[in-house]
Design a protein around this ligand. Sequence first.
Ligand SMILES: [Zn+2]
Ligand SMILES: [Zn+2]
Length: 237
Amino acid sequence: MAGDRYRLVVYGYPRGSTREQQTIDFITDLVCVLKDRYGIDLPISLLRGSADYPNFCSLLVEFLDSCREGPGYIDAMWVYYLAYVAKYPTPETVDAVRQFSQYDQDPSRRFDFSVLRPWLVDRILANPTAWGPPPLAQFLATENTQDLPGKRGQGDLWGTELPCYPVCTAIERNGQCESVYHAVLHLFGVEEGYDRHTKVTTPGCEKCWMQWVPTSGSGLCQTHQNELRAFLQRVKP
Ligand SMILES: [Zn+2]
Ligand SMILES: [Zn+2]
């Protein structure tokens, strides 16, 4: 039943990219692997940004184009804010986002509200019923690291995530299945398998997708399986 499934919407960037379909295929594979190998049931409905939320998808692509030309990078938090305004398109929401951004505890995350482009925000408010509304669990797959990098350089090489479901945004830039698995698993409560400063793999996680180089992994270690199981117990669709 649709109501018993986690809903994640997948977008590809830039326009015409095959990454939307590729990412949907990879996540579908991941669900099978989790079930067959670990007996973990991740009931997930993958929505197609371009087909299920075409108006919001166009708006998002336009926003990303403007980020590429403007700041030259993208932050998962911005994509989340854009979806939030489109989901609840009122002046109060816009004010709330302005407040959140101003008072973010982490200075590196504090952002200039104008990044959201007032013309884009005006367009959302002018036609409030046009956007879906989009789910706040979203996965954005971009074509490559150079096209639209993350703010924090190397730390954002593979992708960035704003966990966890149901309010979450992943940006994945690498396009290899293990990197997509790593990003999706973060959205469902799975932590990093390496030291954030040194990038050294956590003991026991050497064959796992959650290490710094996810393509060195071929599965999910016991610790990370347990985190996923605990999350799925805690947060129901
Ligand atoms: Zn990670
Ligand atoms: Zn692991």
